[in-house]
Design a binder for this molecule. Structure first.
Ligand SMILES: [Zn+2]
Ligand SMILES: [Zn+2]
Length: 197
């Protein structure tokens, strides 16, 4: 979750599968006097959309996704069954984000980067001012997203990282869907999966 001085909050990829996770999020929002105004999904794998319905019901927000993630979202309940984790998928209206566009929260804005490969419609949110990118499951500290799930493709993912991530300033922080924060510069030097062009 990101928030600005006006306490407007942007929720990205809410997990919140269990009630205690929901309570924790709600408490954090209350204690900090935040007002959730935006719900974003970098992509629609289960662990990134579990909380969509809860967030939507609680704060009346619509998930913002790339249109190419629609089938991934539609498949989520089946995928959840396979994991033995049935859940209530969000069924309401969606807002589609386009690559090259911007999404604004208060005075801040994110560039929408199209970073497919791990999932067909993965997008990342880049804040030039903040010096960070919210990258979902594209690039991890010392690793990359898996590409064996439906719609995944290894070469597409590598290309996304090289053209969309490795062209950002070296000191850009990368917040991934899993694992520790890293930087573009560190991954350029050390990531064993992605070579520099
Ligand atoms: Zn994923
Ligand atoms: Zn994930």
């Amino acid at each position: 979750m990101l928030y600005n001085e006006k306490k407007e909050a942007c929720i990205i990829d809410p997990g919140c599968y269990f009630q205690e996770e929901r309570d924790k999020l709600t408490l954090f929002i209350k204690e900090n006097g935040l007002k959730p105004v935006l719900l974003l999904n970098t992509h629609c794998h289960l662990d990134h959309v579990f909380g969509n319905k809860f967030i939507s019901d609680t704060w009346q927000l619509k998930p913002h996704i790339h249109e190419k993630e629609k089938p991934v979202l539609a498949f989520a309940p089946q995928s959840a069954q396979m994991w033995g984790l049935p859940f209530d998928n969000y069924e309401g209206e969606l807002v589609f984000l386009k690559e090259g566009g911007k999404i604004t929260i208060g005075e801040d804005s994110f560039d929408i980067l199209f970073t497919p490969g791990h999932s067909p419609g993965s997008i990342s949110f880049y804040s030039e001012k903040g010096g960070f990118v919210m990258g979902g499951d594209v690039l991890f500290s010392g690793s990359i997203g898996r590409t064996d799930l439906p719609g995944g493709d290894f070469h597409t993912l590598i290309n996304s990282i090289q053209t969309q991530f490795f062209t950002l300033p070296d000191d850009t922080k990368v917040y991934s869907g899993h694992g520790p924060v890293t930087t573009i510069g560190f991954e350029k030097m050390n990531n064993p999966f992605v070579k520099l062009y």
